[in-house]
Design a protein around this ligand. Structure first.
Ligand code: FES
Ligand code: FES
Length: 195
């Protein structure tokens, strides 16, 4: 099991928390397929632990009170606002962040490619949250309607794009995934015919 290195900063925080009589917990969970063990103050949020202790800063913090959706990650496949979750609530869970979408060889996830194709971002501060919400939608419903996409993403805020290009990006991801499925089926059929 891989463990996160405890930084000097987090060690100092732990020492001061314990000195102040606060509680500290040992947390074990999986992030993007890698097992993580961290010792953290019980009061800390999942977003802070992901960003500061595990050093995955792709999860962004906008409002830090559950409004903007920039901090969205998947917890056991479900979208969650990591600024509203205590890290301890993720004990034993599988967490996926934006860094976990691309394949190890660097091939982008269809939603990442689609957002680039559709120019679905400007400053991109909101993008990690939008992408994780879109992944959760497409996992559950690979052929969402325009209205379903709008409904699912209505909890994520963007201050730049006007949203149209983000919706177009999700629709483009549907096309890419449909085409990938068709290619896989064609390959399987060809393999079956020659075996
Ligand atoms: S930072 Fe979590 S919802 Fe805004
Ligand atoms: S692209 Fe800038 S906030 Fe969405």
């Amino acid at each position: 099991m891989s463990a996160s290195p405890q930084t000097a900063e987090s060690n100092a925080r732990l020492a001061s928390e314990e000195t102040a009589g606060g509680s500290v917990i040992d947390l074990a969970f999986t992030v993007n397929g890698a097992a993580q063990q961290v010792r953290v103050e019980a009061r800390r949020t999942l977003s802070d632990v992901i960003r500061e202790d595990i050093a995955l800063t792709g999860t962004h913090l906008g409002c830090e009170h559950g409004v903007c959706g920039a901090c969205t990650v998947l917890v056991d496949g479900q979208p969650a606002r990591s600024c509203l979750m205590l890290a301890g609530q993720a004990e034993g869970s599988e967490v996926t962040t934006i860094e976990g979408l691309a394949r190890p060889d660097g091939t982008l996830h269809p939603i990442q490619q689609a957002m680039m194709d559709a120019h679905g971002f400007q400053c991109a501060f909101c993008s990690p949250g939008f992408l994780m919400s879109a992944v959760a939608l497409l996992d559950e419903n690979p052929e969402p309607t325009n209205a379903e996409i709008r409904e699912e993403l209505s909890g994520n805020l963007c201050r730049c794009t006007g949203y149209q290009s983000i919706i177009a990006g999700v629709e483009r991801a549907v096309e890419i995934m449909r085409s990938d499925d068709a290619d896989t089926k064609t390959d399987d059929d060809a393999e079956g015919a020659t075996s």
